[in-house]
Write a protein that binds this ligand. Structure first.
Ligand SMILES: Cc1cc2nc3c(=O)[nH]c(=O)nc-3n(C[C@H](O)[C@H](O)[C@H](O)COP(=O)(O)O)c2cc1C
Length: 206
């Protein structure tokens, strides 16, 4: 069965513009794929464990080809469980606002937890990173208040937002990526019409 993982990176709940775009995608997707499994991960309420010293030591041990000690094994079991939820999905739907040119810190925290050797990536000393995910698709519902691809940059901001998400997913092996943009959400004369257009675009993509 196809599984879609919907990750919400905005803490704004029902007021989230990126979630409104992603929700339009999700409703159309569910109509077209009534048997699909839907998993919703709201990063504002999800308990994300600290990526602490034991977890870092466990990660570095894997890269260095060393055995885990007991504390590292416990830490790595926790990482593996969180990453498996991500790995088990076929389709990713990410609702991510731009924060200070980049992504919200809880999204980065989540990426730091799941983007791990032997789970999402391999690392070849001669050729570099190897993406371990295959056959996945990703849809990125992207919002920003002032920035838009059609506005002058850097005057209206620099896009380390979509570019970072893409490079993260690409490194993990996800290359089939569709942007669902609602930008700008604030510097527009008609935000309601722009949101409606972005939602129509999202439904069409689904
Ligand atoms: C902490 C913070 C930082 C932001 N930084 C930017 C930014 O760098 N560039 C921009 O255009 N908008 C920025 N915004 C505006 C949001 O991207 C915009 O309001 C977006 O629509 C929010 O999406 P959401 O409703 O899903 O949270 C920022 C908003 C917040 C709360």
């Amino acid at each position: 069965m196809t599984k879609l993982l919907y990750i919400k990176a905005s803490p704004r709940g029902a007021g989230s513009q990126s979630a409104k775009v992603a929700d339009a995608f999700l409703e159309a997707f569910k109509s077209a794929n009534p048997d699909a499994e839907i998993d919703i991960l709201d990063l504002a309420t999800e308990n994300l464990p600290e990526f602490d010293g034991n977890k870092i030591a466990a990660k570095l041990a894997i890269i260095g080809g060393q055995e885990h000690d007991a504390a590292q094994k416990t830490a790595w079991d926790e990482i593996t469980e969180i990453a498996q939820r991500f790995i088990s999905a076929d389709i990713y739907l990410l609702a991510v606002p731009m924060w200070n040119g980049s992504i919200p810190y809880r999204m980065k925290h989540y990426i730091d937890l799941v983007h791990q050797p032997g789970l999402l990536i391999g690392l070849d000393p001669a050729t570099g990173y190897i993406g371990l995910l295959e056959g996945k698709k990703a849809y990125l519902a992207l919002t920003s208040g002032a920035f838009s691809p059609s506005m002058p940059s850097p005057a209206f901001g620099v896009d380390h937002h979509s570019t970072y998400l893409r490079s993260w997913l690409n490194q993990a092996g996800v290359t089939d990526i569709t942007d669902l943009r609602f930008q700008p959400t604030l510097l527009t004369a008609d935000p309601e019409a722009d949101l409606a257009a972005a939602q129509d675009n999202a439904r069409a993509a689904a």
